[in-house]
Design a protein around this ligand. Structure first.
Ligand SMILES: N[C@@H](CCC(=O)N[C@@H](CS)C(=O)NCC(=O)O)C(=O)O
Length: 213
């Protein structure tokens, strides 16, 4: 049985991605939530893997940290988690890497907080990064017929989902095509399952709550 270690569902954007991927893959897994930002958590995380972060996937032969590495492991079992077209597949993989590494101004100024609804203006750099993000979404959406970045749902959409929640939480202006895409991600049955659990959580991480005030 696979076991996915995750952080708080309200806050842990990295954890949400492989969780969505495993759900879409229909790979049965047990989840173990480790509340973040509490005393002793780092030691617990380091016991799981030397990365000292969640998510971590326990598979029979190893512990796999990192949301993209976990997603790639899942795609080895269920190849249609990446787009079929080889050019799209490469673009999707590269965009996932970019969604991990880039857009720091957006991520830091508008941390994922599913409970949050505010329209207080964000710093210009964050809004600029959010615009860059939605421009890329529109570029991919424009090249495909269906609702998702590369046509059918793929790992790239899992990586985009936590960003989509930030547009909602912080009332970030969006172009019509990006808005439709965000609505699609927010209506996804698996995302809704995660969100319901997140809204029921009682942990409050103050530094995150202070963002956008
Ligand atoms: N690149 C990693 C980043 C993971 C990450 O930073 N996770 C955060 C939670 S959302 C974490 O574990 N923070 C706890 C810590 O760094 O002590 C991934 O994609 O999994």
């Amino acid at each position: 049985m696979l076991k996915l270690y995750i952080g708080n569902k309200n806050y842990s954007s990295w954890s949400m991605r492989p969780w969505l991927v495993l759900k879409k893959a229909e790979l049965p897994f047990e989840e173990k939530l480790i509340p973040l930002y509490v005393p002793g958590v780092k030691e617990k995380l380091l016991e799981l893997s030397s990365a000292g972060t969640v998510p971590v996937l326990q598979v029979p032969e190893a512990m796999i940290p990192d949301s993209l590495a976990i997603s790639e492991w899942a795609a080895k079992c269920v190849p249609n988690l990446w787009p079929k077209d080889p050019v799209d597949r490469k673009a999707a993989r590269a965009f996932c890497q970019q969604m991990q590494d880039d857009y720091g101004e957006f991520r830091n100024a508008a941390p994922m907080n599913l409970r949050r609804r505010t329209s207080n203006p964000l710093p210009k750099a964050a809004l600029h990064a959010a615009q860059r993000m939605q421009n890329r979404w529109q570029e991919f959406l424009g090249g495909h017929e269906d609702a998702f970045l590369f046509g059918d749902w793929s790992i790239a959409d899992a990586f985009a989902t936590p960003y989509a929640t930030r547009f909602m939480s912080y009332g970030i202006p969006r172009d019509p095509r990006a808005d439709t895409y965000i609505s699609e991600l927010m209506a996804d049955e698996h995302f809704l399952g995660w969100e319901i659990a997140a809204l029921a959580e009682e942990w409050v991480i103050e530094p995150v709550e202070a963002a956008g005030r």
